[in-house]
Design a protein around this ligand. Structure first.
Ligand SMILES: Cc1ncc(COP(=O)(O)O)c(C=O)c1O
Length: 397
């Protein structure tokens, strides 16, 4: 039977061009590295510190103790308590286990929450630049994906004016990410409360992706969920992927009003059927005990940010203008003064032995930029900076 005679759902068309295309440079680099080329990969942001052995031991003993059966769809009771306790400490309000839903990572939490909030005919506002998977996670629901342009002039911090100017009558959700990937910007208290007030006044959810909460360099972390007046219209999502350098464990959560969690549970269960009890045990341990992983990463990344700023600062004739990140594991560099777009520059840079993400993978507003990952050792990052500068100088003749 020919494939065009079999039915295929519209979702596959909506998402068809949103998967691999954004990662083309990365995959290209991987192929060239496999063929023996010397290419320093600064594309993806895999933490370069190990997952704490203590957590691996907890997961191991838990498996050996037989915690390998089906889990509760909402999440294992001890983990629900641990997440609730984290947010009780953070918000100063009593957050209950029934306000928590466990997911295999922030990505799944965002997908299931959006699926539970919107559908065809609705719109989701997404500040641009945005994390590479946001467009597909919104479009998967059938809702419109509406980028809201942020500006490099204020370090890509979303403002309420930018939301007001967007004028999208069917907007039902703001997908807000602070600390932000790819720009590293961190919203301050005033910005968050103005943005949240706008959402509340327009009966919109704030779906808050807080995966970089523990990787901020100087500024305080602020979430609409922590402000009692916005807690009813905010869902906070996060995971141990970054905070505990454990992305492969796929362990995250959503926290919000109990009624929403109750309504979202059957949605989550129909796709996920709970998560692994031994991973739940390990995650509860991670949340209930002090841990230095995030602090170690933060120190490394700040050091590497300084390293890159020094390297680019010493060569202003290159035309490369780095944007100092306030958080996270990436740095944006404006390449427009070289006369090339971010994607043209990224493509040329492969021949100079460095793979970076073109800013356009993160939305139209980042088109002039390349994104560098800070997750390689200092020596490689230093060599990469030299190669990037060489590429820029060569372009300029
Ligand atoms: C902004 C942002 N959100 C979500 C994720 C995915 O996180 P998780 O591993 O918890 O699914 C990432 C991973 O890089 C990210 O940068």
């Amino acid at each position: 039977m020919a494939s065009d005679q079999l039915p295929i759902a519209p979702i596959t068309e909506r998402l068809a061009l949103l998967g691999g295309a954004r990662w083309e440079v990365h995959f290209n680099a991987r192929r060239r590295v496999a063929a023996g080329e010397d290419i320093i990969e600064l594309t993806i942001g895999e933490p370069d510190v190990p997952t704490p052995v203590e957590l691996i031991d907890v997961a191991n003993s838990s498996m050996r103790a037989g915690r390998t059966g089906y889990a509760s769809g909402q999440g294992e009771p001890e983990l629900l308590k641990a997440v609730a306790a984290k947010y009780t400490r953070r918000t100063g309000r009593e957050i209950l286990p029934e306000q928590v839903l466990i997911f295999p990572g922030t990505q799944a939490a965002l997908a299931m929450c959006l699926m539970s909030m919107v559908g065809e005919g609705d719109a989701v506002l997404v500040p641009d630049p945005y994390y590479a998977t946001y467009e597909s996670v919104v479009r998967a629901t059938g809702a419109d994906f509406v980028p809201v342009a942020m500006s490099a002039s204020n370090g890509f911090c979303l403002t309420v004016e930018q939301l007001q100017e967007a004028k999208v009558p069917n907007a039902k959700v703001l997908l807000l990410n602070s600390p932000h990937n790819p720009t590293g910007s961190v919203l301050d208290r005033q910005a968050v409360s103005e943005i949240a007030a706008f959402c509340r006044a327009n009966n919109m959810w704030i779906l808050s992706d807080e995966v970089y909460e523990d990787l901020i360099y100087g500024k305080p972390f602020v979430s609409a969920f922590d402000m009692a007046e916005f807690a009813e219209c905010t869902i906070a999502t996060s995971s141990i992927s970054k905070s505990h350098a454990a992305p492969g464990f796929r362990s995250g959560w959503a926290v919000g009003p109990a009624w929403f969690i109750e309504r979202a549970l059957p949605v989550a269960e129909s796709f996920l059927f709970g998560n692994q009890p031994f991973i739940a045990d390990m995650t509860a341990h991670a949340l209930n005990n002090p841990d230095q992983t995030a602090a170690t990463m933060a120190e490394k990344y700040q050091h590497r940010i300084d390293l890159l700023l020094r390297a680019f600062g010493a060569a202003p004739q290159s035309g490369l203008v780095p944007l100092r990140p306030e958080s996270g594991m990436f740095m944006l560099v404006d390449v427009s003064a070289t006369g090339k777009s971010g994607s043209e520059f990224a493509e040329m840079l492969l021949d100079f032995g460095v793979a970076v993400m073109p800013g356009s993978s993160f939305g139209d507003q980042a088109g002039d930029f390349i994104r560098l990952s800070l997750t390689v050792v200092d020596e490689d990052l230093q060599r990469a900076a030299e190669r990037i500068l060489n590429c820029a100088m060569k372009i300029q003749g």
